[in-house]
Each structure stands twice: as structure tokens, then as C-alpha cells.
Write a protein that binds this ligand. Structure first.
Ligand code: GRF
Length: 195
């Protein structure tokens, strides 16, 4: 668990974990205490193991309700006493209770220039709207989905002929830069929750 002076971080994933990999590779002055997935086959778990980070799987299908799942998830996260909880492709809607518990201590990365395109299919929607730029945002997690205060963004151009997939790949490259950077700034105290 590291010593008391560590800036402890727990990362929640559901899938590939490429953002987790970027956070690992950035070698930040933080202690990555655990990676928790709601899916046993998430490739990000393998990335965590390779990096020597403890992993846990908590399958939401084993719980009767969202509240039951979140209660267990919270218990497991709190066991690691993290300063920050990082959602990195964690594909679950969280209950207000859990979000409130981590108010000012939980961040997410979203593949759009918030407040534009909350929710899913962000790239297709940006192309469909004829936007010239797309991007990604790191934001504090608050009860309203994808609506918490933004702390860092990056823009990319949308090229003629882009598909949702080509645009997603361009945006993902930027995600891998700004997510570690946002965590670095929070850990150093440069960025603070102010609400
Ligand atoms: C990213 O596009 C992120 O913006 C979204 O989920 C995806 C996660 O990708 N929230 P990965 O698992 O980090 O590769």
C-alpha cells in the first residue's frame, strides 16, 4: 500500500485500459494501489499485472442492484485509502451515493470537448454535426453524467473523410497525454477541487 506520504490512486476500468497504460508509462510520483474492473476479461487487468499493480474484479452481474454493486465497489476502493479515484474506461453509471462519497476525489476522461456530447457515440455525433474540431476532457465526477467541472482538455482536427473510428484513434492519442498530466497536476496540488 505504500507509505503515508504517497499520493494513492485507484483506477477503475472495464476494457482495453490504454489510458491506464499511459498512466503507468508516465511514471508519475503517485502510488498506483489497485486496478479494479467490473469485467474479468478486461485487457487492462493484464496491463496492471504486468506493472505489478494489485487487481480486483467485481462483476456487476453478481449484484441484484446498482446500489448493492456500488456499496461493494466503494468498500473495495476504500480499502486502498486512495487520494484519487481514476475512471479509465469504466463503463458503469455510478449511484449518486458513491459519487458523493468521492466528491473532489474522482476524475473521468470523456472523449469529447465537454460540455459538448455528453454520453456515448461522441465521435459520430461530432462528425454528424459538421464540427471542425473534436477532443477529450478530463473532469471531476459529479452526480450528473459527464457534467462535472472540466480540468483539462485537448483538441484535435476533424478531417474530411474521418469515420468515428479514425477520429476516435486521433482523440485517444490525446487522452493518453492529458490524463497522466491531469493526475500529475492533482497530485502536485496544482489543480484542486473547488466547489
Ligand atoms: C476512452 O475513449 C475514454 O475516453 C472512454 O473510454 C475509453 C477507454 O479506453 N471513457 P481505454 O480502456 O483506456 O483504452
Amino acid at each position: 500500500m505504500g507509505n503515508d506520504k504517497d499520493f494513492g490512486v485507484v483506477v477503475l476500468i472495464s476494457g482495453s485500459g490504454s489510458n491506464l497504460q499511459a498512466i503507468i508509462d508516465a511514471r508519475l510520483p503517485i502510488s498506483l494501489r489497485a486496478v479494479i474492473s467490473n469485467k474479468a476479461n478486461a485487457y487492462g487487468l493484464e496491463r496492471a499485472r504486468q506493472a505489478g499493480i494489485p487487481t480486483e474484479v467485481i462483476d456487476h452481474r453478481d449484484y441484484a442492484s446498482r446500489a448493492d454493486f456500488d456499496a461493494v465497489l466503494q468498500q473495495h476502493i476504500d480499502h486502498y485509502q486512495p487520494e484519487l479515484v481514476v475512471l479509465a474506461g469504466f463503463m458503469r453509471i455510478l449511484t449518486d451515493g458513491l459519487v458523493e462519497h468521492y466528491r473532489g476525489r474522482m476524475i473521468n476522461i470523456h472523449p469529447s470537448l465537454l460540455p459538448k456530447y455528453r454520453g456515448t457515440n461522441t465521435h459520430a455525433r461530432a462528425i454528424e454535426a459538421g464540427d471542425a474540431v473534436a477532443g477529450c476532457s478530463v473532469h471531476w465526477v459529479t452526480p450528473e453524467l459527464d457534467a462535472g467541472p472540466v480540468l483539462l482538455q485537448a483538441e484535435v482536427p476533424i478531417h474530411p473523410g474521418d469515420s468515428a473510428d479514425t477520429l476516435a484513434a486521433r482523440v485517444l492519442e490525446q487522452e493518453h497525454k492529458i490524463y497522466p498530466e491531469a493526475i500529475r497536476r492533482i497530485a502536485s496540488g496544482e489543480i484542486r477541487w473547488q466547489q
